[in-house]
Design a protein around this ligand. Sequence first.
Ligand SMILES: CC(C)(COP(=O)(O)OP(=O)(O)OC[C@H]1O[C@@H](n2cnc3c(N)ncnc32)[C@H](O)[C@@H]1OP(=O)(O)O)[C@@H](O)C(=O)NCCC(=O)NCCS
Length: 176
Amino acid sequence: MISTSRLLLRPFTVSDAPKLFVMSIEEGMRRWIPDQVYRDEQHAEQVARALMAFTAQSPDPGVRPYVLGIEDQNTGVLIGHVGLSAARGSVEIGYAIEQQLQGRGLATEAVIAMSGWALTELSLPEVLGIVEADNVHSCRVLEKAGFVLEDDEIKIVDGVSRTRRIYRCRQDRRSA
Ligand SMILES: CC(C)(COP(=O)(O)OP(=O)(O)OC[C@H]1O[C@@H](n2cnc3c(N)ncnc32)[C@H](O)[C@@H]1OP(=O)(O)O)[C@@H](O)C(=O)NCCC(=O)NCCS
């Protein structure tokens, strides 16, 4: 578990499934993380169980995802998720906050805590953030959390040009 001033980052439980499903079908999730939109509560429960099995093992996000639920410390309610997973020979961070609580700095708080934990406790050399350039709120989260924009990748999808931003956070840069 990782605690911040407003949040508790903790493993999922089976009882998170209904809320996990509701959050997964919100507009932002459909647009930006469509592979994490679940069919129903049962599907969300399967995902929660898989994530629980991963977090029951020692954290090794280059090998298996390490994803925690974000809980509001005041209410004890699940309000999002933040996690680490393998990408490009390194580890990337992913995150989401439920729609009605966005714009309050909660994702930034969770990303600072999770990436800081990965760099110090897991001794990872770096954490990547890989985001569509159009997802401006997500880009802002990474920038406010101390990630540095390293590259823009442009690719054509269905005749439309899409830019993907690659951010990187290193321990030396975070503390600089
Ligand atoms: C991206 C996301 C996690 C941001 O969560 P959040 O808790 O709102 O983020 P924060 O409040 O920490 O900061 C985000 C920035 O976007 C702004 N922002 C967020 N929601 C906003 C809104 N509805 N209107 C205006 N600005 C908003 C914040 O003000 C902040 O920018 P600023 O410091 O320049 O003001 C959230 O929008 C989300 O879950 N989106 C869907 C999933 C997703 O895209 N995940 C990232 C995939 S890479």
